[in-house]
Design a binder for this molecule. Structure first.
Ligand code: DGY
Length: 323
């Protein structure tokens, strides 16, 4: 008799190719109607399972659910590179493995960072609305106008894989590159960007500030009044990392006062709920967390999560083990 397949709960719908693969390798309980599952529902679904495949929207994995999981759960694979929504210490304490999906979403996320930079600087969002709402009355030499990107200075906060891919793209726009990271990164990976060991030292160079660091206790709320005050007047901030890195009160005050020319945001503190004050501002370009949202990237993320689960149940170390 063939050995029983590991039992897996998947908390959201995944691309068909991924679900087909999971369906062959696991006794998989899928989320056919793709509804966000409550903590109670995840706990009920986890009964008798060996593994969970979750997403960054399953926030309860940071707030106590891990201690309540049945003892049969051996591994939690998150369909994301970010893992601030998983309490790694709690998982370690219960000897539950945790994996993520790095690398495969680097390019797609960096593309969105550039879309935010260009969209915020050139007013792509208000331009699109003007055309769509039939308010475009004539081409004019003086209005509406955006800001140049070429030759301007870009500060990258966080020079990991995604920060490096942002630097590569921004280099092609002839931007002058700066970065802050806990440690300097090899020069061939940073495309000539100048390293600033202290974040404060980089801020006066940031005509644009791109947030590409993880959400950690150190970075949460780091984009605050004090940071914004140190940027050049008319700076533009874009965030394709995590919403809670920004103090919304400070960003909104900066956008209203004109200290900041614009912002581009793909991520929000309590997404999908966003601070309603953003909707009322004309100088902010808003996207619904599209960083990794391409078909190929989402398939690659699912396959990477499946690779990690396969390795674990084959007795090998998963490539993206976080615990
Ligand atoms: C991640 O993988 O952490 C991304 O935010 C998902 O788009």
């Amino acid at each position: 008799m063939a050995p029983a397949l590991p039992r897996l709960l998947v908390t959201r719908r995944l691309p068909q190719e991924v679900e087909t693969r999971l369906g062959k390798a696991f006794a998989a309980q899928l989320n056919a109607d793709d509804h966000p599952m409550s903590e109670a529902e995840i706990l009920a679904g986890a009964e008798g399972k060996d593994a969970l495949l979750i997403t960054p929207m399953d926030k309860s994995f940071a707030t106590g659910i891990i201690a309540k999981l049945p003892s049969s759960i051996k591994i939690v694979a998150t369909f994301s590179v970010g893992y601030e929504h998983v309490d790694i210490a709690a998982a370690k304490a219960r000897n539950i493995a945790v994996t993520n999906t790095p690398d495969v979403l680097t390019d797609a996320t960096a593309d969105i960072a550039l879309l935010l930079i260009l969209g915020a600087a050139r007013g792509a969002y208000w331009g699109e609305r003007m055309v769509r709402e039939d308010r475009w009355t004539s081409w004019s030499p003086t209005a509406p106008l955006g800001f140049d990107v070429t030759g301007r200075r870009l500060g990258i906060l966080g020079m990991g894989r995604i920060g490096q891919a942002v630097a590569k793209r921004a280099k092609a726009f002839d931007m002058e590159l700066h970065y802050h990271n806990r440690r300097p990164v090899a020069a061939d990976l940073t495309f000539g960007a100048r390293y600033h060991a202290k974040l404060d030292d980089m801020l006066p160079f940031c005509d644009f500030l791109s947030i590409n660091c993880a959400s950690t206790p150190e970075t949460r709320g780091i984009v605050n009044d004090k940071l914004i005050a140190q940027l050049p007047d008319g700076a533009i901030i874009v965030n394709s990392a995590r919403g809670d890195i920004i103090d919304d009160d400070a960003l909104i005050a900066g956008l209203k006062s004109g200290k900041l020319a614009a912002a581009g945001l793909d991520v929000f503190r309590n997404e999908p709920k966003i601070d309603p004050r953003y909707r009322a501002l004309d100088n902010v370009f808003l996207l619904p967390h599209l960083g990794s949202a391409t078909r190929d990237t989402r398939i690659a993320m699912g396959m990477r999560a499946a690779d990690n689960l396969d390795a674990f149940f084959a007795g090998r170390k998963p490539a993206d083990l976080l615990t």
